[in-house]
Design a binder for this molecule. Structure first.
Ligand code: PRP
Ligand code: URA
Length: 206
């Protein structure tokens, strides 16, 4: 399973400020949006286009438009919500689905509490969640979208742990992962090291 780590100086700069514990929620939200934009562009770099005949003010030409629209973006609630707007801003035809999962603080196992998905068969489906830690949430979300007919699956994260990548690979070898960083390891409480702490809490100031 390919893991694509975003290699761009601007992404590295933004991520440094996201990781910094002194960064406050308002700035954190802006930085998440900016990094989400770079990741949205990277994660869609290979999607298909169709030819389209148009006329410029000077002459006819064959140009290109996105094929297989609408794209579908599925945030894992709640932290994934911070990565939706980059997709809705960049792609005029995007459908948004929602999967609600919450990790138990003691066991780090994710519990499902919500699911609302548009039609997924034949679409490019982008699951967005900033943190891939144990991989439990991502695997559950991938299970759900597959049950709803998705076959072209991409997981877009900001920070991934090797343990989470391995878990996704084990259960969903066909899924492609895009991340801004592949960090070192998980700590005893299943937080990513060096990581950036609890993304949802930092995004929403909780
Ligand atoms: C965080 C994060 C992922 C999950 C990753 O969400 O946004 O969804 O943990 O951990 P995992 O790979 O070990 O499953 P959390 O469950 O804390 O909920 P929140 O987004 O509501 O804060
Ligand atoms: N969820 C987070 O928000 N951060 C981690 O490091 C792990 C899971």
């Amino acid at each position: 399973m390919p893991v694509h780590v975003l290699d761009h100086p601007l992404a590295a700069h933004i991520l440094t400020h996201l990781r910094d514990k002194t960064t406050k929620p308002a700035t954190f939200r802006t930085l998440s949006y900016q990094l989400g934009l770079l990741l949205a562009i990277e994660a869609t770099a290979d999607i298909e286009t169709d030819d389209k005949r148009i006329e410029t003010p000077l002459e006819p030409m064959t140009a290109r438009v996105l094929a297989r629209v609408p794209l579908v973006v599925v945030p894992i609630l709640r932290a994934g919500l911070g990565m939706v707007q980059p997709f809705t801003d960049m792609f005029p035809d995007v459908s948004v689905g929602y999967v609600g999962l919450e990790r138990d603080h003691e066991t780090a196992k994710a519990r499902s509490y919500y699911c609302k998905l548009p039609p997924l068969a034949g679409r490019h489906v982008f699951i967005v969640d900033p943190m891939l830690a144990t991989g439990g949430s991502a695997v559950q979300a991938l299970d759900v979208v597959k049950q709803h007919g998705a076959t072209d699956l991409r997981l877009v994260c900001i920070v991934a742990a090797p343990e989470g990548v391995a878990e996704v690979e084990k259960h969903h070898p066909g899924a492609i992962i895009h991340t801004a960083a592949l960090d070192r390891e998980l700590n005893a409480r299943k937080y990513i090291l060096p990581g950036l702490g609890d993304f949802g809490d930092r995004l929403y100031g909780t």
